[in-house]
Write a new protein. Structure first.
Length: 365
């Protein structure tokens, strides 16, 4: 059965898309759930049944009984929805080009190479717990499942690291060096005990002595959006607004987090700003769509939210999910046709689920 092609949707304006998205949602009823990540643009975000960070949304996916889970987010999130949802449920990503450049900085081949190199003196499985940030491909989550490891998000990284150290003496943390370093620093681990593994160099460019002395071996990956926030942005803001507060995402560089009053995941950023008293001013270091939405909502409560960088740092892959693609997948579903299904192979999904379930257990409220 032929699917309806995307081309027939591209010339629609936002109002036409809105009207037809609402109609398709109504037609699908409880068979459909739309999940929307905080970094989604408003035109898409407003159609989500549930919004949140990847941890909250992955729990939602696991609990949902809906036949179709349409994930307005990026590829690894739809993979997690597929892994955690039931056999009869279908995860859909409206645009398959919505990836994550950070997730692409680690792949199974170079992580396996690192594991091999770290096993020169002693088997890595005996002394290192692998942790993958949820921003990673499913086969890396499976790698962690196979090797006694675990997944983390920016909401639970500290609890996950504590668990990891209760298992083995060291951690290999991929792909985001900043989340690993910022969380380690908050736990009191000295910077010199957190080394960076350069996956382009033999043995990560480290000596045996450096590896022996390290508590956390950080992958050389980063988020190109959060990497743009700089300590100078905070200094300038503090000069203009000495009473203002600063909150940054842990994917930001270490120096930015050190200069911030608070560090937190997207959920924490939103909760913290919402809980602050009227009159509070915030500088926020995370993706622009979240910050703009938060700024608008906060104004109603007499709070002022500023964006950290002078230029707009938008996640261009999150932005790929537009109303046209959302409408396209929904109208196909109404016709009984599935487009853009994300399906993780069972041999990868099973060990990946193990690593995800360890995370859900460690971070359960
Ligand atoms: O975990 C997520 O959803 C991401 C990518 C960021 C955050 O802090 O929520
Ligand atoms: Fe990936 Fe950065 Fe976009 Fe998050 S903001 S999805 S880490 S590229």
């Amino acid at each position: 059965m032929d699917t309806i092609p995307i081309n027939s949707f591209l010339s629609l304006d936002d109002a036409q898309c809105d009207e037809r998205i609402i109609a398709a949602k109504k037609a699908l009823g409880t068979r459909l759930v739309i999940l929307g990540h905080h970094y989604q643009r408003e035109e898409v975000f407003k159609h989500a049944d549930y919004t949140g960070d990847s941890l909250k949304l992955s729990r939602q996916a696991a609990q949902s009984g809906a036949e179709y889970i349409v994930f307005c987010g990026v590829h690894f999130m739809a993979e997690v929805a597929d892994i955690l949802s039931g056999f009869q449920q279908t995860a859909i990503l409206p645009d398959l080009a919505a990836g994550c450049s950070m997730a692409d900085m680690a792949n199974l081949k170079n992580v396996e190479q690192a594991w091999h190199d770290l096993s020169v003196i002693r088997k890595a499985d005996e002394y290192i717990t692998p942790i993958t940030y949820i921003n990673s491909a499913a086969d890396l989550k499976a790698f962690c499942g196979h090797h006694g490891g675990i997944v983390c998000t920016s909401s639970n990284a500290e609890r996950v690291l504590k668990w990891a150290f209760s298992q083995r003496e060291k951690v290999l943390f991929f792909p985001d060096q900043h989340l690993g370093r910022n969380t380690g620093a908050r736990m009191g681990i000295p910077l010199e005990q957190m080394v960076v593994w350069d996956f382009d160099k033999p043995q990560g460019g480290l000596t045996q002595v450096q590896i022996q002395a390290a508590k956390i071996i950080l992958w050389d990956g980063f988020c190109s959006v959060h990497q743009q926030f700089q300590p100078e942005h905070i200094e300038q803001y503090r000069t203009t607004y000495p009473e203002g507060k600063v909150i940054s995402h842990p994917e930001c560089p270490y120096e930015v987090c050190q200069k911030s009053d608070e560090i937190g995941s997207t959920e924490t950023i939103i909760k913290t700003v919402k809980a602050s008293p009227p009159g509070t001013r915030w500088l926020v270091g995370t993706e622009v769509n979240l910050v703009n939405r938060l700024a608008q909502e906060s104004l109603l409560e007499d709070k002022f939210v500023h964006y950290m960088a002078p230029v707009v740092c938008m996640c261009s892959t999150m932005y790929r999910i537009d109303p046209h693609h959302l409408l396209w997948v929904l109208e196909n579903l109404v016709e009984g046709k599935i487009v853009n299904q994300i399906k993780v192979l069972p041999k990868i999904a099973a060990p990946a689920r193990l690593a995800l379930e360890r995370m859900l257990e460690v971070s359960s409220p």
